[in-house]
Ligand binder design. Structure first.
Ligand code: SF4
Length: 172
């Protein structure tokens, strides 16, 4: 089987802007450079955000976000190590499946720009209530843009604005 990803290590990480918040993401460190698969994932995933020049691919899904870089996959939100393991196995499987199917996929190199931090920030409640574990809404907006957190990690965010945030990423 033509697998792209070999060995990897998983560790829980706290948001850089919110140490001690007891909220975690997961960092999957990869032995292999997975950037060759990014243009294929970009074709397959409508919700992918791809920066070909900087080798970053962000997958934003309703309940989860993944940021893929050459030797790393960041998973936005996990409760514990066993969930991190399960999600890591799942995303590694998806990456490998895209790699195995690459001969039947037209790669898409188009660079899609991420929305600006301030565009995201404007839609947040801007109360700095810290319920997300971040000290400020601006710090949360920056990590949301980077695929480290998802909009539903801001409890006071209205469903209307949550949709608007997701629309910023969908490019619709
Ligand atoms: S939970 Fe939402 S409103 Fe509160 S600080 Fe975080 S981003 Fe701002």
């Amino acid at each position: 089987m033509d697998k792209l990803i070999g060995k990897y290590e998983i560790k829980l990480v706290e948001p850089e802007c919110a140490p001690g918040s007891a909220r975690y993401g997961a960092q999957v460190t990869l032995e292999t450079d997975i950037s060759p698969v990014f243009p294929y994932l970009n074709t397959l995933m409508k919700n992918a955000w791809y920066d070909h020049e900087n080798h970053v691919l962000i997958l934003r899904e309703p309940e989860q976000a993944y940021a893929l870089r050459p030797h790393e996959i960041r998973i936005g939100r996990v409760n514990d190590y066993s969930q991190a393991q399960r999600l890591a196995t799942e995303i590694v499987g998806r990456v490998d499946a895209a790699w195995q199917e690459r001969n039947s996929i037209t790669p898409l190199y188009t660079q899609r720009k991420l929305p600006g931090v301030m565009d995201i920030f404007k839609l947040l409640p801007k109360t700095n209530c810290k319920l997300c574990g971040y000290a400020t809404c601006l710090a949360f907006a920056a990590d949301l843009r980077a695929g480290k957190v998802t909009p539903d990690q801001c409890p006071p965010l209205s469903s209307e604005n949550r949709e608007k945030v997701l629309q910023l990423f969908s490019g619709d």
